[in-house]
Design a protein around this ligand. Sequence first.
Ligand SMILES: [Zn+2]
Length: 281
Amino acid sequence: MTQINIGDITITALSDGRMSFATSNLFPETPEAVWDGYRERFPEAFDAQGFYTNIGVFHLAPGGTQVLVDTGLGPTGAAGGLPGRPVFLSELGSMGVTGDDLDSVFLTHLHGDHVGWNLTHDENGSRPTFPNARYVLQRADWGHFTDEEFLAGGRRDAAQDTYLPLPEMGVLDLIDGETNIAPGLDAYPTPGHTPGHQSMLISSRGERALIIGDVIGSPMHVSEPDHLYRPDVDRDQARKSRHDALDLAEGAGMTVIGSHMTRPGWGRLIRWEGRRYWQAL
Ligand SMILES: [Zn+2]
């Protein structure tokens, strides 16, 4: 397991597999030549199809509590028809952590590659995979992803499998804006990718980090923040949040941790010839 410490808080990088995307799928308006310039710098972020993307999940242990950030692609190994290799629960188990041990599950947003292991389904029915945890989500995301029109567009079954039952199971906490989650962990709203997308600010003993979820979709995205990114629900707002979060992290010298950065997923922002770049740690 790969770990990093931010002050007293130990963060472990877990993964629920990988996905590949054609570059034109994620960035339909961007000429291929833009990405060619990054293949040498970030070879691990490309494969024959295009972008080769980690599905990151992070385990944090602040002040005697245990927190997960997102729950991966899930047991079916498919989100939006994309095959993956679900591995997250076995990785968590190899840390000696069981589902019962988690105190919080911080959901950056409700896209399928971030909520996959929220629930467990078997012959006894459905239940939270982390029954003692509060599942923490921004209210704006809940509103968007439970909207009848949204669900009616062929999304109801996946929603039922991963998040719709959370309220009746009594484990969902909807929050609004900046909110303390655990000692040294605060929700930091970064809307746009989804209406209630949230990042997590980590602060301990003078050290700071920002888990940015899908604000940045790949190492290249740090340097190319303005192209139309198809998964963003509100493109202008997403672009603004992307700039704001990167400015915040760079200005304060924070470690940046991203769901889809190459595993383990943490790095720093550096400047080279006037442009911002991802530098993995
Ligand atoms: Zn994602």
